[in-house]
Ligand binder design. Structure first.
Ligand SMILES: Nc1ncnc2c1ncn2[C@@H]1O[C@H](COP(=O)(O)OP(=O)(O)O)[C@@H](O)[C@H]1O
Ligand SMILES: [Mg+2]
Length: 341
């Protein structure tokens, strides 16, 4: 860990005093994959803080390192991936010091993940009722009857009609939307303090996406569960998250309260994401698209990773921009963040 220079982003975030009710405190998270072709720096110096019950939208185009950030926090990165961090504290526990067994205990109890593909959670060979009951019993010494009642309670919460019947089937008997609701129900089973949802509605139709998003937000608000909602779609989370963190090429390039980002983004990449959201004003017009595509994270050169696509880029951008505070709770990593869009 000590062979790495402290990233600027970390230096900036280290200035924060730990706030009351801080649930997650991550500084300088780096998850690198050592491959035959070189090092893929999927996550490269991410710092994140989350308060109890807070809803954070982690946004960025595909390939920016969002999932790997989520997997790193959940202890789910396998070789050749290597997770390093200067600090990774969840609910007062040092995640970096956990054994695989301790991590397994934590997952499904205090922290849970909802994956893009619900079959990452569901076992195709077991009936839904068996899996849900086992998921309760793995963390709680209660009777089977009590575990079953808990399963039914959460299924009702995620909007599954007649859950008693639904429980007695195998996952492949259910629609994609229903499977994802059940995976969400499983995440909620043991009332976790943190849920990380990794684009769980992407494969579903738009109406169901909206419903599920709304329900998960409501459930988290009711139970005081903190939520990290990962998505490539800024429009989806901007109506739901307290705060947004915009990720690009393995780094967080901007973070602020949601209205601050939507109304006063400082990073050109964030501007690009906002401008590409369809609205009534853009109806019938060609929608803005950020030029170019996300860079490969294999052997990424030094400097601002967005510079090749950026309308503000100048010679200063070959140096890493500092992650600077630009307003209350608002941080951005851009040499030209003061320039008007
Ligand atoms: N097992 C792996 N080996 C090598 N590179 C990986 C591996 N898993 C992910 N990556 C790379 O990490 C980068 C970030 O991936 P990911 O977190 O899935 O992005 P996102 O979720 O934002 O779409 C991608 O460039 C991807 O190719
Ligand atoms: Mg992903």
């Amino acid at each position: 860990m000590h062979d790495l220079a402290v990233p600027r982003q970390t230096q900036a975030a280290a200035g924060h005093a730990p706030a009351a009710g801080l649930l997650l405190d991550v500084q300088g998270l780096r998850t690198w994959f050592h491959t035959r072709d070189g090092i893929v720096k999927a996550v490269d110096g991410v710092s994140l803080q989350l308060r109890e019950g807070e809803i954070l939208g982690l946004v960025g185009e595909s390939g920016s390192g969002k999932s790997i950030t989520g997997f790193s926090l959940m202890g789910l990165v396998d070789a050749p991936g290597k997770v390093r961090s200067e600090r990774m504290v969840f609910n007062g526990r040092d995640l970096l010091a956990l054994s695989p067994e301790q991590y397994r205990q934590l997952r499904g109890k205090d922290m849970a993940m909802i994956f893009q593909d619900p079959m990452m959670t569901l076992n195709p060979t077991l009936r839904v009722d068996t899996q849900m009951i086992e998921a309760v019993l793995a963390h709680d010494k209660v009777t089977r009857k009590a575990a079953r009642d808990r399963a039914i309670e959460v299924l009702v919460k995620v909007g599954i009609p007649s859950p008693e019947e639904r429980l007695q089937v195998y996952p492949h008997h259910l629609s994609g939307g229903m499977r994802q609701r059940i995976a969400i129900a499983i995440a909620l089973l043991n009332s976790p303090k943190l849920i990380i949802a990794d684009e769980p509605t992407t494969a579903l139709d738009v109406t169901i996406q909206g419903q599920i998003l709304f329900e998960v937000q409501k459930l988290c608000r009711e139970s005081g569960t903190a939520l990290i909602w990962i998505t490539h779609d800024l429009a989806i989370v901007s109506g739901l998250a307290d705060r947004l963190a915009v990720m690009y090429a393995g780094r967080i390039v901007e973070t602020a309260a949601t209205p601050e980002i939507v109304g006063g983004a400082r990073h050109p990449y964030t501007h690009g994401l906002i401008s590409s959201i369809p609205s009534i004003h853009t109806r019938g017009k060609e929608l803005f698209q950020i030029p170019g595509s996300t860079p490969s994270l294999l052997n990424l050169p030094q400097g601002c990773p967005f510079r090749a696509r950026c309308y503000r880029a100048s010679s200063s951008c070959v140096q890493d921009p500092p992650f600077e505070q630009v307003g209350p709770g608002h941080w951005a990593a851009c040499w030209h963040q003061g320039v008007q869009a």
